[in-house]
Design a protein around this ligand. Structure first.
Ligand code: NAG
Ligand code: NAG
Length: 134
């Protein structure tokens, strides 16, 4: 039994890492699924067709959980938000990471969106942040 649960958990992690992030974030809105860590933040990317010359990607960073997250950074090595004309109060370079939402609190159900253009999607992932659970 424990083994089946383990396999199911592994499968969920696997699917969340691939193209099923939408499904993943839906199930996480059940508060029991929240880990109360910054890893509760979900990052989904949507293929929005062709932009000016390359593929356009829409990114949504959201917090489905009760705890508020601030000073959120995402992995950003090799990604230049300024070159992508992303508002720096949305996403700004900070060393190898990018600061999200100017470091301001991201509360439950808040979403932060931006788009960029590249041939392939950039593998954004949560890097760091402060979590506050009331
Ligand atoms: C966030 O959304 C969930 C699911 O729709 C809802 O149950 C919850 O009350 C919302 N929280 C806030 C703070 O709006
Ligand atoms: C971000 O995009 C999502 C999905 O398209 C949308 O539901 C949400 O309202 C957007 N949030 C903001 C702040 O524009």
């Amino acid at each position: 039994m424990a083994r089946i649960v383990g396999i199911a958990a592994l499968l969920t992690i696997f699917m969340c890492g691939l193209h099923f992030r939408g499904t993943c974030s839906v199930s996480r809105t059940a508060e029991g699924q929240c880990s109360r860590t910054v890893q509760d933040i979900t990052i989904t990317q949507k293929d929005e067709g062709i932009g000016v010359s390359k593929k356009k990607w829409g990114v949504t960073i959201s917090n489905p959980c009760l705890c508020t997250v601030q000073d959120l950074t995402v992995t950003c090595q090799g990604f230049d938000p300024a070159a992508q004309k992303i508002d720096p109060s949305v996403l700004a370079k900070q060393g190898d990471a990018c600061l999200v939402n100017n470091g301001n609190p991201i509360r439950q159900n808040d979403t932060i969106n931006f788009t960029y253009e590249n041939d392939v999607s950039f593998p954004f992932a949560v890097s760091n942040g402060q979590i506050a659970c009331s």
